[in-house]
Design a protein around this ligand. Structure first.
Ligand code: G3P
Ligand code: CA
Length: 238
């Protein structure tokens, strides 16, 4: 059965990348979460999509210029009533110990170099004993290769915006057990061939019913969606 990963938590209805959105994804019955990480000035791994805090919080400026204690003062639920802090990765991992969710940690190290990010994430995942439930992904494929080198026990998955020739060969060559392509970038045939070659396929970000049907039909490994409730409802038909 195709697994359902809540993209930035249950972000269709709750503030993205907040503990509230993660709790609601679990309550909804998602199989996994997807979240994004950046580094603060003092090296804390924090859960936020953009390099800057402006779009999703009450603050402004780059995440890398905030101390952790400063960034925690911001409200990450700008449009909602209940205040949410930007979560630390530690906070999420601690909570993951209380459930069975899989967690896809996307390293947002494509634009800023964030030296040491891979080591920090790996060390945290190991310290919480969650290596077998974490998938590290990134658009930065150097980082994917490096993550595997320092932590071969943690699954990795390169992210793709466009199609590539025989993605399963590429994934095998960098020792990744999965690929995370933009859902519209690759054909059913490519997805099926990739899975037939033992590589998991978890396309993002699948929000339309028709796209969900397409991927449930081919028994895709997982879909990454903003709306796990909708996805679970549609998956019942398969
Ligand atoms: O992990 C898939 C997806 O989250 C990648 O794009 O911009 O939503 O982080 P983005
Ligand atoms: Ca992401």
């Amino acid at each position: 059965m195709t697994q359902i990963f809540a993209h930035r938590g249950y972000s269709a209805s709750f503030a993205e990348n907040t503990m509230g959105a993660f709790f609601e994804a679990e309550k909804a019955g998602a199989d996994g979460l997807e979240l994004d990480v950046q580094l603060t000035k003092d090296g804390e791994v924090v859960v936020i999509h953009d390099e800057k805090v402006d779009r999703t919080t009450t603050g402004s400026g780059f995440v890398k210029d905030f101390l952790f204690k400063e960034i925690r003062k911001l409200n990450a639920n700008k449009k909602g009533l209940k205040k949410e802090q930007i979560p630390s990765l530690k906070e999420v991992l601690e909570w993951l110990q209380t459930n069975n969710l899989i967690c896809n940690i996307e390293l947002k190290n494509g634009l800023l170099p964030y030296e040491g990010m891979e080591e920090k994430v790996v060390q945290l995942v190991r310290s919480y004993g969650l290596s077998n439930r974490i998938i590290i992904s990134s658009f930065n494929h150097y980082s994917i290769v490096y993550s595997y080198r320092i932590a071969p026990e943690i699954e990795t998955a390169p992210l793709f915006i466009e199609s590539i020739y025989m993605p399963w060969v590429y994934a095998q060559s960098i020792r990744s057990k999965g690929i995370h392509p933009k859902h519209s970038a690759m054909s059913d045939n490519i997805f099926t061939n990739t899975m037939d070659n033992g590589i998991a396929v978890r396309p993002y970000t699948v929000n339309k019913e028709a796209d969900m049907h397409r991927l449930f039909n081919i028994n895709c490994t997982a879909i990454i969606t903003d709306d796990p409730v909708k996805a679970i409802r549609i998956r019942k038909q398969y």
